[in-house]
Design a protein. Structure first.
Lengths: 237, 338
């Protein structure tokens, strides 16, 4: 059976800058996979290329065996890719509820969507408390929760998470990672981009190491965590 | 404690939300006393035109951060389309005194002009701006200036460089008496129609799915497309609506002034753009307010015998105002990202 998401030799450019130099990776149904690398390695670009915000110049991206590398961003959402982008990007002048409604933009409003509102509020009780508050006035952690909740409202088959721990207090980071595990246990596959490699390797099953636009290592997270090179470069030990 | 806070802040919010309507009513009251009924109605009519055009500027700026310099000329083309429709389709006999016929004709005139201009606007977007979507910001700005010249030249080619008469469908002599002054029904109708269009736009933006897509696209284009919003379609609809409203302004202009010319778009476009900045660029309610405000300043200046200084007065006040409030009347105070 074809993997849920599969990238083969993907090249992406920003103008003349060759940002992705042949990235190949896959995510199976129900997996958490992490993409680790330093600043500028191409992690965010990989996610943006998957969701159609950037165009791959060559290579293929397949969702359940179906090519999506030529599709527009809004079509890719419809096919089941949810993306919580770098920097959260919540709609700051809209309330928490309106943000979540935007997450369900492609769905017919009805009992199904209401059920998902409930689910998101279960995962993030804090969002329920802030339901009518303008998203831009919330703390970084709350905005992160909103960005993830908003992506979930589209009922994605796979959730792309870009640096969910960025700028958060350690206690909140733990909370967010617990919730990611919880989301995954409910059946959504996750592709997790993180600088906090320790945490990411702790919850993911497999991982890829990205260096200057290329995948230089892929393995199970247990093995990656024991790999001396990985430990030195990304775990700071 | 929490309840006390909640009540006091909700009272504060109520007061805050009432500040604007109170301000508007007070402003209208003072203007009416100072200007007298004739000039007051005059200013409202001119304001309706500026406001309708300003909406297009502000919507397009809000969504793609482009100062669409061609928009004033879209309004100008609208006035010619309205002239063409009323003289060729509806007959050139001038005023229609049969009320149902008049109502029907005016409705057809508005609907057709709005429709034609919406299509023209969407075509301009598709041909001149979309190919430059990812280009540096200066490129579409220059293109907009180019489109402005093209529209002026096309109209000049077909209708000549002189002032063109627009048939008066609504009988001028129909009027009502308000405290001793004659107020033409035409003005009342024109103001009511424009305000109705503005309210319809507000409803559309705040209540419909497409309206929500427009708002989120103007806040954050990438995030919006990650929600499944078709950005190109949303931008095109913005141009459709903005240009349609400019078309409506063209109809109003023709009905009210009875003439138009190929260079109408430059001055009124500039004033409408100023109105959009004054109101807080990107904010539709602000643009409408700004349009009326500028018209009142202009009419006020001429009522006091400074008609030739109208432009200077408007722009001096604008500079002073923006020094103290750079984001405009209703513009957002701070950046979007926390």
């Amino acid at each position: 059976m074809a993997p849920l998401l599969e990238l083969k030799d993907v090249h992406t450019y920003y103008g003349a800058v060759h940002a992705l130099r042949g990235v190949s990776l896959k995510v199976e149904e129900g997996e958490i996979v992490t993409l680790i690398g330093s600043n500028g390695a191409g992690k965010t670009t990989t996610l943006r290329t998957i969701s159609g915000l950037e165009r791959a110049r060559s290579g293929s991206i397949k969702l359940k065996g179906k090519s999506i590398e030529k599709a527009e961003a809004h079509e890719i959402v419809r096919l089941g890719v949810g993306h919580s982008p770098e920097g959260r990007r919540v709609f700051s002048r809209m309330s928490v509820r309106e943000n979540l409604e935007m997450g369900a933009f492609l769905r017919k409003s009805g009992p199904d969507v209401q059920k998902d509102f409930k689910k998101v509020f279960e995962l993030f009780p804090r969002l329920k408390e802030r339901e009518s508050q303008a998203a831009g006035t919330m703390s970084g952690g709350e905005q992160q929760m909103l960005a993830i909740g908003r992506a979930l409202m589209a009922q994605p088959k796979i959730l792309l998470l870009d640096e969910p721990s960025m700028g958060l207090a350690p206690i909140l980071v733990e909370q967010i990672f617990d919730i990611i595990t919880e989301i995954n246990s409910r059946g959504t596959a996750v592709l997790l981009v993180e600088q906090n490699a320790m945490m990411a390797l702790g919850i993911a099953k497999r991982g890829y190491i990205l260096q200057i636009g290329e995948v230089t290592l892929e393995d199970s997270c247990d093995k990656l965590a024991k790999n001396p090179k990985v430990r030195e470069a990304y775990l700071g030990v | 404690m929490a309840t006390v806070n909640a009540t006091s802040s909700s009272a504060g919010r109520l007061l805050g939300s009432l500040r604007l309507p109170i301000g508007i009513v007070a402003f209208l009251g003072i203007s009416l006393t100072v200007l007298g009924i004739d000039q007051f109605v005059n200013a409202l009519t001119l304001g309706a035109i500026y406001a309708l055009v300003a909406l297009g500027y502000t919507m397009v700026y809000g969504i793609i951060e482009l100062i669409n310099f061609a928009h004033g000329d879209v309004f100008m083309v609208g006035s010619f389309v309205a002239m063409f429709i009323s003289s060729s389709l509806l007959g050139n006999e001038g005023a229609i005194t049969n009320i149902p016929l008049l109502a029907g004709s005016v409705l057809v005139l508005f609907a057709l002009t709005i429709g034609v201009m919406a299509i023209v606007g969407a075509l301009i977007e598709r041909l001149a701006y979309r190919p430059l979507r990812r280009a540096p910001r200066l490129a579409p700005l220059i293109t907009a200036i180019g489109v402005s010249f093209i529209l002026q030249n096309v109209i000049q080619f077909f209708f000549g460089p002189t002032i063109v008469t627009v048939p008066q469908l609504v009988p001028i002599e129909w009027s009502i008496e308000v405290s001793g002054s004659r107020v033409p029904l035409l003005n009342i109708f024109v103001i009511a129609a424009s305000v109705a269009l503005m309210f319809a736009l507000q409803l559309f933006i705040s209540r419909t799915r497409t309206g929500r897509a427009m708002r989120t696209t103007s806040m954050d284009r990438d995030a919006s497309s990650l929600m499944g919003v078709d950005i190109n379609r949303t931008i095109m609809i913005t141009f459709l609506i903005g240009s349609g409203l400019a078309g409506a302004a063209g109809v109003v202009h023709g009905l009210y002034y009875g003439n138009t010319s190929f260079n109408l778009g430059f001055q009124s476009g500039l004033k409408a753009f100023t109105a959009a900045v004054l109101g807080g660029i990107g904010n539709t309610a602000g643009a409408a307010l700004g349009g009326f405000l500028i018209a009142f300043i202009e009419v006020g200046a001429s009522a006091f015998g400074y008609g030739r200084w109208g432009g200077a007065v408007v722009f001096s006040l604008l500079v002073i105002f923006l020094v103290f409030r750079p984001t405009g009347l209703l513009g957002s105070h701070s950046g979007d990202r926390a």
